[in-house]
Design a protein around this ligand. Structure first.
Ligand code: MG
Length: 252
């Protein structure tokens, strides 16, 4: 069941979303060769808690940390670790959700460490642009398929593939609500977008095959061919005034 939010609830969600976005970009600024993904996680947890919010992922389904940090061929749900050090040339996806005064905000950004390959840069640019193009379709009267197909068309035209095993989602008082928001689909199909819907749009885009597998840790999803994967995410409200991004940083 899709839960529509009032204008006031959307304002509340924006507070949670801003905290999550600041945390992501604070950690992004700290990326340098030799830093561990656990150190980045600690920056995120400390920031979120300093704002009186809670990291949504901590303990969610047994997840042990405050952020999912996925490097290079890791698609999503990377578990922060002391032994996982970032190297120059890596791409680092940081996915954070914060829970504040009853609502969640969920956002992800893929950063670079030092100089990355031209291929990596192109993948990141295409994935980020596809997110922005998808968000433009989050308007009243459109359907989920309009967002999905826009993202798919954008990245496939550039030779990339869309992960099928994980999708975006509705969000609000629960981290994951209806509807699902796939990054592939057919225009004019799927759930109709209504004023007050809040959704997390999150393209996960691979350089090579769309296929992924989950590592024995039960969380980390990696590309089956070992090639790179990028991930960007915004929480977006569908409003009569157009799409409103709720996860823009205001401090970093
Ligand atoms: Mg999400």
């Amino acid at each position: 069941m899709v839960i529509l939010k009032t204008e006031r609830e959307i304002e509340q969600m924006k507070k949670a979303g801003t905290i999550a976005a600041n945390a992501v970009h604070l950690a992004g600024k700290a990326i340098e060769p030799g830093i561990s993904t656990l150190e980045l996680d600690t920056i995120i947890r400390n920031y979120i808690e300093s704002k009186g919010a809670k990291p949504s992922s901590l303990g969610y389904g047994g997840f042990p940390n405050s952020a999912c940090i996925s490097v290079n061929n890791e698609v999503i749900h990377g578990i922060p670790s002391k032994s996982k050090k970032i190297k120059s040339g890596d791409i680092v996806s940081i996915d954070v959700a914060a829970f504040y005064e009853g609502f969640h905000g969920d956002t992800a950004f893929t950063f670079t460490c030092g100089e990355v390959s031209k291929n990596a840069k192109s993948l990141l640019d295409a994935t980020y642009e596809s997110l922005l193009e998808g968000i433009k379709k989050a308007t009243c009267g459109n359907r989920i398929g309009d967002i999905s197909s826009t993202i798919q068309t954008y990245v496939e035209a550039r030779g990339y593939s869309v992960v099928r095993d994980f999708v975006g989602h509705g969000i609000g008082a629960q981290l994951h609500e209806d509807p699902s928001v796939p990054n592939y689909g057919v225009p004019s199909k799927g759930v109709r977008l209504l004023n007050g819907m809040t959704i997390a749009i999150e393209p996960m885009i691979n350089e090579g095959t769309a296929e992924v597998e989950v590592l024995p840790d039960g969380w980390t999803a990696v590309t089956k061919d070992g090639k790179l994967s990028a991930h960007f995410e915004h929480t977006v409200a569908v409003t009569s005034a157009g799409p409103m991004i709720l996860t823009l940083p205001d401090q970093v």
